[in-house]
Design a protein around this ligand. Sequence first.
Ligand code: ZN
Ligand code: ZN
Length: 303
Amino acid sequence: MNSVAAPPFQVLLYYRYVRIPEAAEYTDRHRALCESLGLRGRILIGEEGINGTVSGETSSTEAYMAALRADPLTADIVFKIDPAEGHVFPKLAVKLRPEIVTLGLPGEADIDPNELTGERLSPKEFLEAMQDPDAVVIDGRNLYEAELGRFKGAICPPIGNFRDFPGWLREHTDELRGKKLLTYCTGGIRCEKLSGYLRKEGFDQVFQLEGGIVTYGKDPEVRGRDFEGLCYVFDERVGVEVNHTETRRVISHCRHCGAEQPHYGNCRLPECNEQIFVCPTCRGSIGLYCGPACREKHEHSLA
Ligand SMILES: [Zn+2]
Ligand SMILES: [Zn+2]
């Protein structure tokens, strides 16, 4: 009988909105824990909670999860776990921040999701709710994330930073009024604040996808149904598969020839570095560049 070896590494994605007293000391202790386990990734800690994504050898990520579950502050934390062949981050950064997710609302106007947030829907409930003709699906992420993949029919606000969301909403309040609002994001953390904000702004039918796209893609029943493209992630993988049903499709195209191209690359001109879709054929002829201007500039700099 063949035995399948466990993947050597894991990638974890997690958050917890919980009041952390002495957040600065907590951050130092947390960094020491991560360093001792050889983890890499990005963790934000604030008085309102913790938000992180890390990669590490499976024995290390298991020890890390056990440590957080043993701490009363984070005992209920939910980890989304992906197998990996190696690290997906170049280094470790554990940072203390005023907020772990920033909507840009001044001081007391900020949302505490433990007090106000949208109703949480399981992947199955979310899929069902999307079928309602009165439902409006709102992508709670940045446009460059939505360009790689999004729910079928979702509204994708043209924002490049989460703190631009309130401004976008003010311009679209009228068309959203009276609708059933369904929000989603990568792992659920942004929706906790976003859906709370929508409720604060007077919308009364506000729902959020619990656990985000990542959980939706792993759910054995929905298997990512009606999510189109890949889920943008903030590590070296850039995009991960979500939809494992017959509704899977590629929504991104090569910027030069228009062929389907599911994976981003970065423009090779260092000072540009824009994330672009270029198909293998055009990578061979034009190269991984936005266009002739970036290519000429880069070739000139190398000459
Ligand atoms: Zn092409
Ligand atoms: Zn460029």
